[in-house]
Write a protein that binds this ligand. Structure first.
Ligand SMILES: *Cc1c(COP(=O)(O)O)cnc(C)c1O
Length: 426
């Protein structure tokens, strides 16, 4: 076929996410994926160093998940979840119960990370509404990212994602992230808010803020915040949409905590990057706040594809992989490789800081010009990586890697070499 045939055809009808089409480069048409690799329509090979926006930990076109999906599609592809149930949802719930913190007892299915957050926020607000208590506000971190639907967007703190919609959103107050040096500022801010008794929930990305550029903070700090919320009737919502399913080196970031959150949001890697699906999990106490003779106290929320059996089957196959020795040792080996790469470059004059948790590696470039999320420097880096055949999406001056767990030692070395080259070049 003619070179770039798909790329040209794309421009006619398609509108891409987070894209200013007037200034954006043409979109690269990918025609095949296997493991860590993707190929474009001209046969060029790419290493997917960010697991396609963090959804694909077991590699592209994974046959274990594909087989499970095929079996489910030819048994029961879908059935409505209102008034009906099915084995894939039940087995998945039972399986998740074994992995999640033991206070998590109920599961509500939806379609994506934003809807998982939407459900959590609605549950926090309606819980108090059902009780007749006026708690109508939510606490979130600065620079948080929780998704793009309205409540999720309101909880997100990256301003240019949300500024067009101010005035149409639920009331969210922001507190500083308790990164090293900011612990007390954070604690004081949340204490003040909580004292007003106007807050129903506190939502956070546990330990790592993905979209902010893999900003990390210590589990002890989050424990302190969760404990304070619990003592004051503020529900804690762990948005593990990015961190879930092994990325931090444990199944969930919350596994690093002493405290347990009241709710958890899961999506992205849930189905290994195959079928869009999400879920929100709850304590029994939250569920009980809706359990009543009064029909109006029910959670009137649902999506057409709620608990889609094919999605559940994909998630179950994904969990089997997560628990396999191959994946566990992959996660460990990636972490060790990150640590030795960190040693190699941390004294480079252009390195401001590096951070690592599990398979996540982030590096901040020193820049003279304060650079924005989608600034020039970022675009130059992105283009350089693409030219070299590595997919990474820098956030401002931050470059990060979040590879599929199946990335080989050699592929990961290649990614490091290209980052090292960028350090010398830019
Ligand atoms: C990606 C992400 C979301 C939103 O998920 P979508 O599937 O894109 O709606 C929410 N929270 C976090 C932490 C995320 O990384």
């Amino acid at each position: 076929m003619e070179n770039n045939y798909l790329q040209k055809a794309d421009e006619k009808h398609l509108w891409h996410p987070y894209t200013q089409h007037k200034t954006a480069q043409p979109h690269i048409a990918i025609t095949k994926g296997k493991g860590t690799l993707l190929w474009d329509e001209n046969g060029k090979e790419y290493i997917d160093a960010i697991a396609s926006w963090w959804v694909n930990p077991y590699g592209h076109s994974n046959t274990h998940i594909a087989d499970a999906i095929y079996r489910q599609l030819t048994t029961l592809e879908h059935v409505l979840f209102g008034g009906f149930t099915h084995e894939p949802a039940i087995v998945l719930a039972e399986k998740l119960m074994k992995l999640l913190p033991d206070n998590q007892q109920k599961i509500f299915f939806s379609d994506n990370g934003s809807t998982a957050v939407e459900v959590a926020i609605k549950v926090a607000l309606q819980f108090y509404y059902n009780k007749g208590e006026k708690r109508t506000k939510i606490i979130a971190f600065e620079n948080a990212f929780h998704g793009d639907t309205f409540a999720a967007m309101a909880a997100s703190g990256i301003s240019f994602f949300t500024e067009a919609f101010q005035g149409a959103m639920i009331h969210v107050e922001r507190i500083p992230v308790p990164t090293a040096g900011n612990e007390d500022r954070c604690f004081e801010a949340i204490s003040k808010l909580i004292a007003t008794k106007e807050f129903a929930g506190f939502i956070f990305e546990p330990l790592v803020q993905g979209a902010a550029g893999m900003v990390m903070y210590a589990p002890e700090q989050l424990d302190r915040l969760i404990k304070l919320c619990k003592e004051n009737g503020v529900f804690t919502i762990a948005d593990e949409v990015m961190t879930g399913f092994g990325k931090t080196g444990k199944n969930f970031a919350c596994d690093y905590l002493q405290q347990q959150p009241d709710m958890m949001c899961l999506s992205k890697a849930l189905t290994g990057g195959t079928i869009p699906m999400a879920l929100t999990t709850f304590t029994a106490a939250l569920f009980d706040g809706f359990y009543d003779e009064d029909v109006n106290k029910a959670l009137f929320h649902g999506h057409t594809f709620t608990a889609n059996p094919t999605g559940c089957a994909a998630a179950l196959a994904g969990l089997e992989l997560l628990e396999s020795e191959a994946v566990k040792s992959g996660i460990k080996r990636i972490n060790e490789q990150h640590l030795s790469f960190q040693k190699r470059i941390e004294n480079h004059p252009r390195v401001k800081t590096t951070r690592i948790l599990g398979v996540i590696f982030a590096l901040e470039f020193i820049r003279d010009d304060a650079d924005s999320y989608y600034g020039d420097f970022r675009n130059k880096l992105y283009a350089f990586f693409i030219e070299k055949g590595v997919i990474m999406r820098p956030v401002g001056n931050i470059v990060y890697i979040l590879p599929p767990y199946v990335i080989s030692a050699e592929e990961l070395e290649k990614v490091y070499e290209i980052i090292a080259e960028a350090l010398d070049k830019f």
